[in-house]
Design a protein. Structure first.
Lengths: 359, 245
């Protein structure tokens, strides 16, 4: 790294420029990943956090299974309960509606679940009594920071808040948990038939066979998200943007280091002629790229985390390793890859050219 | 000491090959400044590149010290270069980001084993060498802040800092004016004698002939004459070729 460090200092302006571009791209990727993650988790965290190995939905007579259309008869529920290998079946009713408190109303997702099911952020919200509800953190906030003991009206009926729990979302609306009976009543008052929407099933049954026999489809939770219309359309376009951004980042960062390294090839030829080992040249070039990448990515990520923390209240923004560490690592790898490609020109550069006058 | 023994080098030239060095035998002894001259394109640089182990001859042997360099692998040749050979290029070929002192220090940063010992040795010789080439006051300047002659002096110091057995110099004065060129030639002659390097110096400019201990003339890749002191030893056959040119 002897020459690399001195190059960094000597050509400070150029490296600051490259570092700034890396930082900006990291900021873009990180911010978009955070937003996408935020939107996605607002869409689906209520589903993903249900306990169970598979999400079971009604198999529609035509088209694909869908959360909004699914309705599972008690007959089908029983078939799943009776199937060998099934250890647990959690029936969940899901319908979107409105909840109000002191004149403010807000769109919410009503989840009907039995109290005492396997513990999770979502199931822990389930109240004991039919005139009680459990609020997710987002729902409590949307209802003017409601707390336990407050009264909330849903579709004309009044409920007492029994608890305020963690965060859970469904289709961009915060989750409110009701007992199965209270939920069925609410569903009917909105024109539904009161049958549950989905089952969270645990165990090791012959998933396909039981699903066919009961007129349902069973999917791992993550795949079942494709049955959420809003999720499908969002993730499609946002995912495409992120993929494109990654492609462009790879090109830009890679191209930067390729050009930079090619510019150095004369110096490298001299060093080779003087007896530098290929290893030392490689360490020098990759080390230099790594320094610039780490500083650029570090700065970019700092800004992402700062913005994400600030935006936390106003925007759905997810700050998690998946939206910070993962894009940062990907950027670093892409940059090093570009440098490694450029490195081939380094190690291939002909020391003979150092001897000639063509420099 | 360096010995080239019956060395031939060809380059591909369309469908045939052009012979750049044609059965050359040459010995450079310790403390002796050997000049190599000849018209442009006669193979002087190619000869030097072979001596520097930068290119392998088609046939013949290159012996540096007691090592037969023509049989070495690429990596071993690199090591030999790093430890036993000093090279001064036609252009000074300094690294733009390094100060004069660092241009010398880099010779201990080229990888390979014994890095720590090399670093210590190089550091202890740097000031003395910069002084020897007359740049004691310019040690902290970068190439852009030095004149052409000063740059060439740094390059000479760099080539000597690891105390090589062999010093190879390719037209060191081609980018300099007469006066500075003469000073560089005198410096090389002086250092060769003082530090006992076996020096091969390519030059097409014979105003400095009096500084050379021996002089070989190359035409079309072949040695056509050798001069030791003022005695010209000319091969009849080769002399004939020379007059033809
Ligand atoms: N890398 C190369 N590829 C092909 N031909 C070369 C190469 N280097 C030198 N030559 C040829 O070899 C001959 C000798 O060149 P060179 O050693 O550079 O001569 P000098 O240094 O005496 O001017 C010339 O004919 C030149 O064209
Ligand atoms: Mg030449």
């Amino acid at each position: 790294m002897f020459v690399a460090w001195r190059d960094l200092r000597f050509a400070r302006g150029r490296f600051v420029l490259i570092g700034a571009v890396v930082a900006l791209i990291t900021l873009l990727v990180g911010f978009l990943a955070g937003l996408t993650g935020g939107l996605a988790s607002q869409n689906v965290s209520g589903i993903l956090e249900l306990p169970g190995d598979r999400v079971v939905l009604q198999h529609p007579s035509s088209g694909q299974a869908s959360f909004s259309e699914s309705s599972i008869s008690s007959d089908s529920v029983q078939k799943w309960r009776d199937a060998s290998g099934v250890t647990h079946v959690l029936p969940v009713g899901i319908v979107q509606g409105k909840a109000g408190v002191h004149g403010t109303t807000t769109a919410v997702a009503l989840f009907g679940m039995p109290h005492g099911a396997a513990t999770s952020t979502v199931t822990d919200l389930a109240p004991r009594a039919d005139d009680e509800i459990g609020l997710s953190a987002g729902a409590a906030k949307a209802l003017g920071d409601a707390t336990a003991g407050d009264t909330v009206s849903i579709l004309g009926s009044k409920y007492r808040v029994s608890s305020v729990g963690g965060d859970a979302w469904y289709s961009h609306t915060p989750v409110i948990a009701l007992t199965p009976d209270a939920w069925a009543r609410a569903d009917k008052s909105m024109g539904g038939d009161g049958s549950v929407t989905m089952l969270a099933v645990s165990g090791t049954p012959d998933w396909g066979a039981v699903a066919t026999a009961s007129g349902t489809v069973a999917q791992v939770p993550l795949l079942s998200l494709s049955a959420l219309d809003a999720f499908k359309s969002e993730i499609g376009s946002l995912g495409l943007m992120i993929v494109m951004l990654f492609g462009i980042s790879a090109l830009v960062v890679g191209a930067f280091f390729t050009v930079w390294t090619m510019q150095r090839s004369g110096d490298v030829a001299v060093l080779k002629a003087l007896g530098a080992t290929t290893r030392s040249l490689r360490r020098d070039a990759l080390g230099q790229a790594l320094v610039v990448l780490i500083i650029g990515i570090g700065l970019g990520m700092l800004v992402v985390v700062a913005l994400g923390t600030l935006a936390g209240g106003a925007l759905p923004f997810l700050l998690s390793p998946l939206t910070t560490v993962a894009p940062a690592a990907a950027m670093a790898v892409l940059g090093l890859l570009g440098a490694a490609v450029a490195l081939r020109t380094v190690t291939k550069s002909d020391p003979l050219t150092a001897l000639g006058s063509n420099r | 000491m360096i010995t080239l023994d019956d060395v031939t080098l060809t380059f591909p030239d369309g469908s045939s090959r052009v012979t750049a060095v044609d059965r050359v035998s040459l010995t450079g002894k310790a403390g002796v400044l050997t000049g190599i001259t000849g018209p442009s394109g006669s193979g002087k640089s190619s000869l030097l590149a072979i001596a520097a182990t930068l290119i392998r001859p088609d046939s013949g042997r290159v012996i540096v010290g007691d090592v037969d360099a023509s049989t070495l692998s690429k990596d071993d040749a690199t090591t030999l270069r790093r430890e036993q050979i000093g090279i001064v290029f036609q252009q000074s070929n300094l690294l733009p980001s390094l100060t004069a002192r660092e241009q010398l220090a880099v010779m201990a940063e080229l990888g390979g084993r014994n890095a720590r010992r090399r670093r210590r040795q190089v550091r202890s010789r740097t000031d003395e060498l910069l002084d020897a080439v007359g740049l004691a006051d310019h040690a902290d300047k970068r190439p852009a802040q030095l004149s052409g002659g000063q740059r060439q002096r740094v390059a000479i110091a760099r080539a000597l800092v690891h105390e090589p057995e062999v010093l190879l110099v390719d037209e060191p004065t081609s980018a300099l004016d007469q006066e500075r060129g003469a000073a560089i030639m005198e410096l090389i002659a002086h250092l060769t004698h003082e530090r006992e390097t076996a020096t091969l110096l390519v030059t097409h400019d014979l105003v400095h002939e009096h500084l050379l201990d021996t002089l070989v003339t190359v035409v079309d890749g072949r040695i056509v004459s050798r001069t030791v002191g003022s005695d010209a030893i000319m091969d009849d056959d080769l002399a004939h070729r020379l007059t033809e040119v």
